[in-house]
Design a protein around this ligand. Structure first.
Ligand code: ATP
Ligand code: ZN
Length: 210
């Protein structure tokens, strides 16, 4: 038996459920249940907040998970990734108020930057020789400059319309992300075999879509 953790409700949920179904795995899901069992594959599905998924898989509470690389790397467990899934593509970018001068990343030296991704951003800034003050906030990062909390932000961007709406412009791409399948480090031999069957089916689903 394998336990797979997916996001309960959010941008990963629909595509995660669709992928499992496209792999030929049947299950009954209802919006109020936190757990369900597949009827034709030894798989249990847990519905969790995406931020909790890397830790649960690292600890073996769940055997597998589907999560964004942004959340996985921020949590500090990049090694759990076993398969890129090709959906929920987005990027983590730095943005500054539209009117502010910005010639290069050196412009951020000594500045306050609001983000939900202090680990990924901290490493990127260090690699670029920039020292800044990071303010970790969990949501509504885009309003930080307009309320005087920070001179720049680092957040997830897909279309850029949220940035525009808050008077910001994107200046650097910090990290590119997509959804990935992750697996706990200590699967049994039988579980590893089931994982390989799942990966084989997932790869076939992706090939069929190209
Ligand atoms: P939860 O309540 O589970 O904590 P959340 O609000 O943190 O959810 P979502 O906004 O549902 O998270 O995003 C989940 C993941 O989907 C992100 O971590 C990222 O990998 C991806 N994602 C976020 N925004 C976009 C987007 N605009 N386009 C595509 N993928 C995105
Ligand atoms: Zn989350």
């Amino acid at each position: 038996m394998l336990r797979l953790a997916i996001q309960k409700s959010g941008r990963l949920s629909e595509d995660s459920l669709a992928l499992i179904r496209e792999c030929g795995i049947n299950f009954i899901s209802s919006s109020y249940k936190l757990k369900t069992e597949a009827t034709n594959f030894p798989l249990e599905i847990l519905f969790l907040r995406d931020d909790d998924i890397p830790g649960y898989v690292q600890d073996g509470v769940a055997d597998l998970g589907i999560v964004g690389q942004n959340v996985l790397v921020e949590a500090g467990f990049p090694g759990l990734e076993v398969e890129a899934l090709g959906f929920s593509k987005c990027r983590l970018s730095l943005a500054v108020p539209r009117a502010d001068a910005y010639a290069s990343i050196a412009a951020l030296q000594g500045k306050n930057i609001a983000t939900s991704y202090p680990n990924i951003l901290g490493r990127y800034l260090a690699e670029n020789g920039v020292q800044a003050h990071l303010h970790t906030i969990s949501g509504s990062v885009e309003i930080a400059p307009s309320i005087g909390l920070a001179e720049a932000i680092c957040d997830i961007v897909s279309s850029g319309s949220t940035l525009l709406g808050n008077g910001l412009r994107e200046v650097e791409t910090v990290f590119r992300s997509e959804a990935v399948l992750i697996a706990q480090p200590n699967l049994t031999a039988e579980q590893t075999d089931l994982l390989e069957q799942l990966r084989f089916r997932m790869q076939a689903v992706r090939r069929a879509k190209r």
